[in-house]
Design a protein around this ligand. Structure first.
Ligand code: NAP
Length: 483
């Protein structure tokens, strides 16, 4: 544990609490720097968190949705006011560029504005009844205490995406952020607290997921909202199924962009480059596969290579940087391992291919934007999620072959098509086995009011965001009242 770095605490029952264990949060641009330390909670502390959350759930359930909305709207305002400082912390703990971090803070605020505004919206509906004197309707009630477990790649946005709908629906939340990036989640808790959220309604738990995962489930949440890897998601699914606890899971992706049926190669390449390499490829919706009609393979690879060469890899706080470091040394090594095995399986590197050279990169977690061609579609690089700035390009013989390549993945998060032909577009939208399909737009970038969630092994089937995002966090009661 670092002795000099600032200590950040957890919000539990309206108080900022420490715990004996400690986690160092490192700067991925220079892993010798400890940005801050946070408590590593154990099982006893997690029990105390659930006691606080149960009390908070009772208070919040009895609070009107208009008043809940007011707190969320004030939270949005505080996030915007504090954006420069929060974005800086986000860049320091996660590595993404300051521009990307600022965008993330803005979008987190959007979530609180959107769902805060819904505090005044009608929910439930009047239902017809056989008897004219009977009033029948539905109401939506909170579930109780919801456990939210979030990953490191969007460490503010993902908690916001879960907390805003869970809170407006009247639930208390236990938030367990990723251990690499807990700091901005704690900043979010601070904004909620400062906005007047009653004690116990949001509580945070920092600590190793592997160490306290059982305690988090044994705390008996009414529902669990998880975003992260397929492995952890699968373990949670089994553990929660035994307890009859509903699980919303947003998991991995192997998103493809398809170039077919006309349109500008330059425009497609620029959009694909942004989707593949921004945020160093650490977006669940990042494009990691490109499928192009064979006649346009070469021009597209050339255009993508030019895009890769234009990017500037460096520390996220440097204003010239367009691609920051990966979140950790472990993630960098994992991504480089994928590239090395791809090359061993026959792939050719058309751009990047490893850590950039030079003293400036010596202590950071950098991987150059990487473009692979001659890829075997049975190889791991085509079938497994890499979660780094690596994209592989494969040629398709025709439209049917392109769709087969797209759908021949067990993942089904997002897909994009770059085309002009209306028939091609319509068949693609109908045939793509994914949760999100974009045409002449990148695979990433779904706004807060647009339902979001993966198909196949990429998700549990529940959508987040928009009105649909409220369904998971409430139960519907049907009422019939006779005089
Ligand atoms: P991860 O290893 O699954 O971790 C996610 C969260 O789960 C972290 O808070 C982690 O805590 C916690 N955790 C780990 N083991 C646990 C256990 N046994 N019980 C309870 N919680 C546990 O995923 P990640 O590496 O942080 O994130 C990358 C993954 O997230 C990628 O697969 C990416 O595709 C996916 N993702 C999906 C979406 C989507 O919307 N579909 C969005 C973003 C990311 P610790 O940090 O303490 O280990």
């Amino acid at each position: 544990m670092s002795t000099t770095a600032e200590r950040r605490l957890n919000l539990v029952g309206g108080e900022w609490r420490d715990a004996p264990g400690s986690i160092d949060v490192l700067d991925p641009a220079d892993e010798r720097q400890v940005v801050a330390t946070v408590p590593a909670m154990g099982a006893a502390e997690v029990d105390a968190v659930y006691a606080a959350a149960t009390a908070g759930a009772a208070t919040w359930r009895a609070t009107s949705t208009v008043d809940r909305g007011r707190v969320l709207l004030r939270t949005a305002g505080l996030l915007r006011e504090r954006a420069p400082e929060i974005a800086r912390t986000l860049t320091r703990e996660m590595g993404k560029t300051l521009a990307e971090a600022s965008g993330e803070v803005g979008k987190a605020a959007d979530f609180f504005e959107y769902y805060g505004g819904l505090g005044r919206a009608a929910r439930g509906e009047l239902i017809a009844h056989e008897r004219a004197d009977v009033n029948a309707y539905t109401v939506h009630e909170p579930l109780g205490v919801v456990l939210a477990i979030t990953p490191w790649n969007d460490p503010l946005l993902t908690p916001a995406r879960k907390l805003a709908p869970a809170l407006i629906a009247g639930n208390a939340v236990v938030l367990k952020p990723a251990s690499y990036t807990p700091l901005v989640a704690l900043e979010l808790a601070r904004a909620l607290d400062d906005a007047g959220l009653p004690a116990g309604v949001v509580n945070t738990v920092t600590g190793s997921g592997a160490a306290i995962g059982d305690a988090l489930i044994e705390g008996a949440p009414a529902a669990v909202s998880f975003t992260g890897s397929n492995d952890v998601g699968a373990d949670l699914r089994l553990a929660l199924a035994e307890r009859d606890v509903p699980l919303l899971a947003e998991l991995g992706g192997k998103n493809a962009a398809v170039v077919l049926g006309g349109g500008s190669i330059e425009q497609a390449a620029s959009s694909i480059a942004a989707a593949a390499w921004a945020q160093a490829g650490q977006r669940c919706t990042a494009t990691s596969r490109v499928i192009v009609e064979r006649s346009r393979l070469e021009p597209l690879v050339e255009a993508l290579r030019r895009e890769a060469e234009r990017l500037v890899v460096g520390p996220g706080l440097d204003s010239a940087t367009t691609v920051g470091p990966l979140v950790s040394g472990a993630q960098r090594d994992s991504v480089i391992g994928f590239v090395e095995r791809a090359v061993a399986a026959g792939a050719t590197i058309a751009a990047g291919g490893g850590a950039p050279e030079g003293k400036a990169y010596a202590h950071g977690c950098y991987v150059a934007p990487t473009l692979l061609v001659d890829v075997d579609t049975e190889a791991e690089i085509w079938t497994e999620e890499v979660f780094g700035p690596v994209v592989a390009v494969v040629a398709a013989d025709d439209e049917a072959h392109a769709l087969d390549l797209l759908n021949g993945s067990r993942f089904g998060l997002a897909a994009a098509l770059y085309a002009r032909d209306v028939g091609v577009i319509q068949r693609f939208v109908a045939g793509a086995e994914v949760g999100q399909v974009a045409v002449n737009l990148p695979t990433s970038g779904w706004d807060v009011h647009m339902p979001f969630g993966g198909a196949k092994v990429s998700g549990s089937g529940h959508k987040e965001q928009g009105i649909e995002g409220l369904h998971f966090y409430s139960r519907t009661k049907t009422v019939a009242i006779a005089p």
